[in-house]
Ligand binder design. Structure first.
Ligand SMILES: [Zn+2]
Length: 241
């Protein structure tokens, strides 16, 4: 499948502007990528996804919503205990640029403080809802102590285009240092994400066949495989452990 020509991320000027202000992908020649999952935790999708990632030995990063995390702290704790990273995706999933700064800070801090209590430390990354941001939002997020992140591979899995298309879109766009955006949650905590879950195994298998390994976002940025699970993990294998 050809690269989607309508993606703004393919425009060099856009890439340059955004790349200097937020994390879209990591500059590396190593075949390493990060899988990220947004809009959970979901009681329907997150447990089977964690089971699957555990079976595959793949660490991931979860961008959770405070509206769900506040009653599903158990799922957040489980993800971290199993070697995954957790980032802030806001509280109500509102488009931040439409809000005055005071309300943006409330959207960010409510979930940031919740996650700090659950994790024992504030989350490092913030992914703006809907991928909506502007210069004011990025500056505000930095003031709040966050590294703003989007990603460079988005197969629009939340629109349920079919498992095969999700896999195909990811494989077409992925390159060393890519940050892949997927969803384990949605507008409802119980949104149907079976296509995404089914695609994950195909994505992991195909990327491994191409020599790729997987990291959390922090692991991808720092080159540290230490956040990943035990010595039997693919990440550890990648590093000759
Ligand atoms: Zn989202």
């Amino acid at each position: 499948m050809p690269q989607r020509p309508d993606s703004l991320l393919d425009v060099p000027q856009v890439r340059d502007w955004m790349g200097s202000r937020l994390l879209m992908n990591v500059d590396t020649e190593e075949r390493l990528v990060a899988l990220t999952f947004d809009d959970g935790p979901s009681p329907r999708n997150t447990p089977p996804l964690l089971d699957l990632l555990g079976r595959l030995g793949v660490p991931a990063t979860f961008f959770v919503l405070g509206r769900y995390a506040r009653t599903r702290g158990d799922l957040v704790r489980r993800a971290v205990a199993e070697g995954h990273e957790v980032g802030n995706h806001g509280t109500w999933h509102v488009p931040l640029p439409l809000l005055p700064s005071a309300l943006v800070r409330r959207e960010v801090r409510t979930t940031g403080e919740l996650l700090a209590r659950i994790l024992g430390h504030p989350p490092r990354y913030y992914r703006p809802a809907l991928g909506w941001f502007n210069g004011r939002i990025l500056e505000l997020l930095r003031e709040e102590g966050y590294r703003p992140v989007i990603g460079d591979v988005y197969p629009v899995d939340s629109k349920k285009p079919g498992t095969e298309r999700i896999v195909e879109r990811v494989l077409t766009r992925t390159r060393p240092g890519s940050i892949i955006i997927l969803h384990d949650g949605g507008w409802r905590a119980r949104s149907d994400r079976r296509q995404t879950l089914a695609a994950v195994e195909g994505i992991v298998t195909a990327l491994r066949d191409r020599g790729y390994g997987f990291r959390t976002l922090t692991g991808l940025e720092t080159g540290d495989a230490g956040l990943t699970r035990g010595t039997g993990s693919p990440a550890a294998r990648d590093r000759g452990a």
